[in-house]
Design a protein around this ligand. Structure first.
Ligand SMILES: [Fe+2]
Length: 296
């Protein structure tokens, strides 16, 4: 979405109609099979990037199980133009994080447990210089049961909020609407407090982006009636909305997206360590490379 579309009602209406035209009905329509993820064909790449252009996300499926590894994840990211990797506290040297239930070891961080994860965008607590605009999550092994993700395109969230009340958008674009307190571990500050908007335009891509967390703790929302109403409406949307995609990644599948809203159900693992749920995740400062042939 170009910045001007946000302000000009007529242009916005056109963009909205185009966005919703033939919008995917379910997660199955986001799936693209990759015969060789190390060398994605032009057609596969076109379908992947077109799907991302349309829905801000796509699901790939590696048909060769021998390629279900870290090297493949890095390779897919590079081929999609995702090269500005973010290094977070729990990432390995190559800045790819291994998401698995680490028990008590990293119990401060819910992604590394088997608990459910509330709706959020990744890195909502990052500074404005290190905003996360894409992530790739690759499933090496699914859980025994559970661990399903749901996803909602931020552009759809924007449309639903704006349809309900345009003031909600203005409220959520304020620079001081959302404050994440500093992160302190054992009395030592490892990240300073971060204040910023929910919706904003990324200066590099001119795309509409979103920062959000549904968590109640460690977040301070602006004390403003419209903000509170907007958040209550968004909460309602995230409970049940026909545009939400639900999908449990299988081994060798992954989701690549422009940092869409997502959550995760709790899961139960196998007892055998070697069979435990494991995903690789990369977070990026740039977005998925787009082509000029969106699916609309
Ligand atoms: Fe996440």
């Amino acid at each position: 979405m170009q910045h001007y579309l946000l302000k000009e009602t007529h242009s916005y209406e056109e963009w909205r109609a185009q966005k919703l035209y033939k919008y995917p009905d379910d997660a199955g329509q986001l799936i693209i099979e990759l015969n060789n993820p190390i060398n994605i064909t032009d057609n596969e790449l076109m379908t992947l990037t077109s799907t991302c252009s349309k829905a801000n996300m796509a699901i790939y499926r590696c048909t060769n199980i021998d390629q279900n590894n870290r090297k493949t994840v890095n390779s897919i990211a590079m081929q999609l133009g995702l090269h500005q990797l973010d290094g977070n506290l729990c990432a390995d040297e190559d800045r790819i994080s291994v998401i698995t239930d680490k028990g008590k070891q990293q119990s401060l961080y819910i992604p590394y447990t088997n608990k459910s994860l509330n709706w959020h965008t990744d890195g909502y607590y990052n500074s404005s210089q290190q905003r996360i605009h894409a992530f790739l999550m690759h499933c090496v092994r699914p859980a025994k049961t559970g661990g399903e993700n749901s996803y909602l395109d931020p552009e759809i969230a924007y449309i639903l909020l704006r349809d309900q009340n345009p003031d909600y958008i203005a409220a959520l674009m304020q620079d001081d609407v959302m404050m994440i307190p500093a992160n302190e571990v054992n009395g030592k500050q490892i990240r300073s407090a971060q204040t910023g908007p929910v919706f904003y335009i990324d200066a590099d891509s001119q795309a509409l982006c979103m920062r959000y967390t549904a968590r109640q703790r460690s977040i301070v929302w602006k004390k403003d009636k419209t903000v509170q109403h907007a958040l209550a409406f968004l909460h309602e949307v995230l409970q049940d909305c026909p545009y939400i995609f639900h999908y449990s990644l299988n081994a060798g599948e992954g989701v690549v997206c422009n940092n869409v809203l997502h959550n995760r159900t709790a899961f139960e693992d196998f007892n055998d360590e070697s069979k435990k749920r494991m995903l690789f995740r990369g977070r990026f400062y740039n977005r998925v490379a787009c082509n000029s042939n969106p699916l609309n």
